[in-house]
Design a protein around this ligand. Structure first.
Ligand code: ADP
Length: 480
């Protein structure tokens, strides 16, 4: 039996702002329970749903030294969910905000504390991991602490670490004196070959330097981040560590995303019944969002953070031209105020054709996956992307830019061979995107049998965790 500890800042069903939560929520349960005892450490955010939070029970508390901040309180709450043990680091000072992240300076202090506390609780709870699997910059300091402040303690010998990059854009960077103050880390780690990054300290970089293995969430993204264009300033380091870097594509939780059982849908459907099922879901959503009641119009959805990463600038550029054609557009998302306002205005100007749902709403997102004919995802970069995987499962064909995980998971339509599960374009260019949307429309309106076959292929493609969980198991086993 191998002990594996996940350290992360979000996890379904407790707290979610994006795909990271889906992955941390699903992967532990997908690993072979007979061979791996997987436990997860998370912050005890006050914004976790009360119905869940009130079930956590208090395990213990102690005080921990935190750099110049002195002695700080660490509480440990425990909760077992679907056979997995979760530990929640409790500290009201740090985790009382209405959202998990907000002000970066505050987030930096919070996750310096969290990373250290995640290690400090281990001897106290009596769990000795063989492997600590750290997710994104919020857990980046775990391998650094392990190789420095915790090194003299025999309990922390023989622990290996994996650092997974879910998004290289976010790195947790602040000035060196501040990070030193929040962590108490020794001077020798703040050098250009370790945490120093353009004169500042970089928490993710620390994780990448000190971890035994680095993974990211698709093979293509693992290659891309070694290039300057995608490397976010760390491409040199990632090239140097290429031997320990690999890509393992994410899956989705087939129980949470199942159009045959999804309680959030007005009608259930499977591969053999998607035509009626999706039509009913489309009619219900059109009614709910005050869109034209037209069963025949192509409904394009976007479910996304409203940022440049997700290609919102491309959409902005061709929006009026796109809306000149026979489509309805529904966007569910939150993010940059500029995009939020632009979409609200667009809804007002194109009432009945466009709906801008500026909100984070799981139920509505599921209803849109079911109602949409296509899901647009023209990302500038995309480590893996779960939206296109969920879309395919719900029979909404993805229209994507060929980057990162989108490359690895969406097979573009080939009308000669009648293969493919979606549509794609290569260059980050708005006209190229519009062209491929127009092409998708042409197939939708003029060649429905080919479209429907593609829907069936997309719904049947296997994006469960089965394959990827085996790859993670092999990775853990290779760490001795
Ligand atoms: P990222 O993690 O970069 O935001 P992913 O495609 O990997 O993008 O994952 C996004 C996840 O968050 C998907 O499960 C998607 O359905 C969900 N999501 C994104 N925005 C919203 C929203 N506004 N409301 C509900 N769910 C959302």
């Amino acid at each position: 039996m191998k002990n594996i500890l996940f350290v992360a800042s979000e996890c379904v069903p407790f707290i979610k702002t994006g795909g990271l939560a889906d992955v941390v929520g699903a992967l532990p349960g997908a690993l072979n329970r007979n061979q791996y005892d997987v436990r997860v450490v998370l912050p005890n955010y006050r914004c976790i749903k009360p119905s869940l939070r009130e079930k956590f029970h208090y395990l213990m508390h102690f005080n921990m030294d935190l750099g110049e901040l002195g002695s700080v309180y660490v509480g440990v709450m425990e909760y077992e969910h679907e056979g997995i043990k979760y530990y929640f680091i409790d500290n009201e000072h740090y985790f009382s905000d209405p959202k998990p992240y907000g002000d970066l300076h505050w987030d930096i202090e919070k996750f310096c504390y969290f990373s250290k506390a995640a290690l400090a609780i281990l001897p106290v709870i009596g769990f000795h991991p063989d492997v600590i699997h750290c997710h994104d910059w919020q857990a980046g300091l775990v391998p650094v602490f392990l190789h420095t402040l915790f090194k003299p303690n025999p309990f922390f010998q023989n622990i290996r670490t994996v650092m997974t990059i879910h998004n290289l854009r976010f790195q947790g960077v602040w000035d060196i004196p501040t990070i030193k103050m929040y962590t108490g880390l020794p001077d020798w780690v703040f050098t250009p070959d370790r945490l120093e990054f353009k004169k500042d300290a970089n928490m993710l970089k620390g994780g990448l330097v000190f971890a035994d293995r680095i993974t990211t969430v698709s093979r293509t993204y693992a290659e891309e981040i070694k290039l300057q264009y995608y490397g976010e300033g760390l491409d040199g380091l990632l090239r140097a560590k290429a031997d320990s870097l690999s890509g393992i594509v994410n899956g989705i939780d087939y129980r949470a995303y199942d159009p045959e059982r999804d309680s959030k849908l007005p009608e259930h459907y499977g591969v053999t019944s998607f035509k009626q099922g999706k039509a009913a879901c489309k009619a219900a959503l059109q009614q709910e969002l005050d869109l034209g009641h037209d069963p025949n119009v192509m409904l394009i959805g976007m479910i996304t953070r409203l940022t440049d990463q997700k290609g919102l600038d491309l959409l902005t550029y061709v929006l009026e031209r796109l809306l000149g054609s026979a489509v309805q557009l529904v966007v569910i998302g939150t993010g940059d105020a500029g995009y939020e306002n632009l979409l609200r205005r667009c809804e007002w100007e194109h009432h009945g054709q466009v709906s801008a749902c500026i909100m984070f709403d799981e139920a509505r997102a599921h209803q849109l996956y079911a109602a949409a004919d296509a899901i647009l995802m023209p990302s500038r970069f995309e480590p893996c992307g779960l939206t296109q995987l969920i879309a395919m499962r719900y029979g909404a064909l993805p229209i994507v830019r060929e980057t990162g995980g989108l490359c690895d998971t969406v097979q573009p339509f080939n009308e000669i061979e009648n293969t493919g599960t979606g549509f794609s374009f290569a260059c980050y260019n708005a006209d190229d995107m519009l062209n491929v949307i127009n092409y998708a429309q042409k197939v939708y309106y003029d060649n429905r049998p080919a479209w429907d076959e593609m829907v069936r292929r997309a719904m049947q493609a296997d994006f469960s965790w089965n394959n990827s969980a085996r790859e993670y198991e092999r990775l853990y086993d290779s760490l001795r």
